[in-house]
Design a protein around this ligand. Structure first.
Ligand code: SF4
Ligand code: FES
Length: 377
């Protein structure tokens, strides 16, 4: 580790994946294939203690996601505690459980921001991908509720082969619902998304069209609506700086309390992830081997080691490198300079929008573990 790496400050954000319970079953979910059961989830008093550690450690923002974070009845209590400790609080929700009572409780708790995800702007498409009847109408109602309450709202539109042509309507819906910001995010292929990759990947032409639409809208709507745009790595020349660099900005806490450098880190073999039940956040951040392993640049192979972008993209995504090459320490194949870049092109060639979805859910865990040739639980 270089002196610069050693001088790293506290994480800017902590993401609490409060639960893997969720009424929806999106086939692109980035949750791990081995979903954690409710009985393993952190208790309220432990979460409160970890939030205290966030505040004293210098963390600025805490995000509550899942699964569906509203599946936890203690969510307002948790938000209120974070707010009371001066932390900026955000909830990532599907919206389907965000009725008047739930929103009022969160507003009273001091929630700063809500992000509601949409599977599609086409009602039937949204309900089909969520595998939940009436999901679209419930989401619309939730977004209207948040806007009417005067709370900052981001809409997150996940895009893939079936809906990428509807990016213009997504932008219009963002305006209509009074969002300050929308995120048009191509599926990232981890967890359940990786299982469904050939079904979900858009074509290069579809992606180029969507990109041009977003760029034009950004100019047209400057000052009215912020549009964040996430492209799939499969058509990229260079990888993204995943998580802003391994263990540099964020700690992700799984429902059972495992502290992870990213949401997909549990897919990597040979790691022991310390649990917040047993270790303080500060101890984990500075001393756990899982956080130190890929922090900075000392671990890098060529071509990253001598590349001028090594402190820009940090060699890309470790989980993607492992998923596609079997070795987390290789250069992310998304990079055209990577020795394994051809695997990205091979994946694109396997694209097949006619396959059935493998829906995310406890009922499908055994099936996907068998598909991946992993031990079943
Ligand atoms: Fe990034 Fe490594 Fe590619 Fe350079 S060689 S652009 S550091 S992934
Ligand atoms: Fe784990 Fe990118 S998702 S490093």
């Amino acid at each position: 580790m270089t002196p610069k790496d050693a001088a790293i400050g506290p994480p800017m954000s902590v993401m609490f994946e409060l639960t893997h319970r969720c009424p929806l079953q999106c086939p692109y979910c980035s949750n791990p294939l081995e979903l954690e059961r409710a009985s393993a989830e952190l208790e309220t008093h432990t979460l409160v203690r970890v939030l205290d550690e966030c505040a004293s450690f210098g963390v600025l923002q805490v995000h509550f996601s899942g699964g569906e974070p509203l599946s936890r009845s203690d969510l307002p209590e948790i938000v209120a505690h974070a707010h009371g400790r001066g932390l900026y609080t955000n909830i990532d929700t599907s919206g389907v459980m965000l009725d008047d009572t739930a929103l009022a409780a969160l507003q009273q708790a001091g929630i700063d921001h809500l992000q509601i995800s949409f599977q599609d702007v086409d009602e039937a498409g949204c309900n089909r991908v969520a595998n939940f009847p009436n999901a679209f109408q419930l989401k619309l109602a939730a977004a209207r509720r948040v806007s009417a309450a005067g709370l900052p709202l981001t809409l997150n539109f996940v895009v893939y082969h079936d809906n990428i042509a509807r990016v213009p309507q997504m932008i219009e819906l963002g305006l209509e619902l009074g969002a300050q910001r929308i995120e048009i995010a191509n599926v990232q292929y981890y967890g359940w998304g990786l299982i469904n990759r050939s079904r979900l990947l858009p074509t290069r032409e579809e992606l180029q069209h969507a990109t041009a639409t977003v760029e034009a809208a950004r100019v047209r709507l400057k000052g009215r609506l912020r549009i964040d745009y996430v492209v799939p790595d499969y058509y990229a020349q260079r990888p993204k700086a995943c998580m802003g660099g391994w263990a540099q900005r964020l700690i992700n806490i799984s429902p059972s309390g495992k502290a992870l450098p990213c949401h997909a880190a549990e897919t990597l073999p040979g790691f022991t992830f310390w649990n917040v039940r047993d270790h303080s956040l500060e101890d984990i951040w500075y001393h756990s081997e899982a956080f130190l392993r890929f922090r900075g640049t000392a671990w890098m192979p060529e071509p990253c080691r001598s590349c001028e972008r090594r402190e820009i993209d940090w060699g890309g995504c470790r989980c993607q490198a492992f998923a596609l090459t079997g070795d987390a320490a290789r250069t992310d194949p998304a990079c055209v300079l990577a020795p394994d870049h051809a695997v990205m092109q091979a994946a694109v060639a396997e694209m097949d929008g006619t396959q059935p979805f493998v829906y995310r859910g406890f009922h499908n865990v055994e099936k996907v573990l068998k598909l991946k040739n992993l031990p079943t639980v």
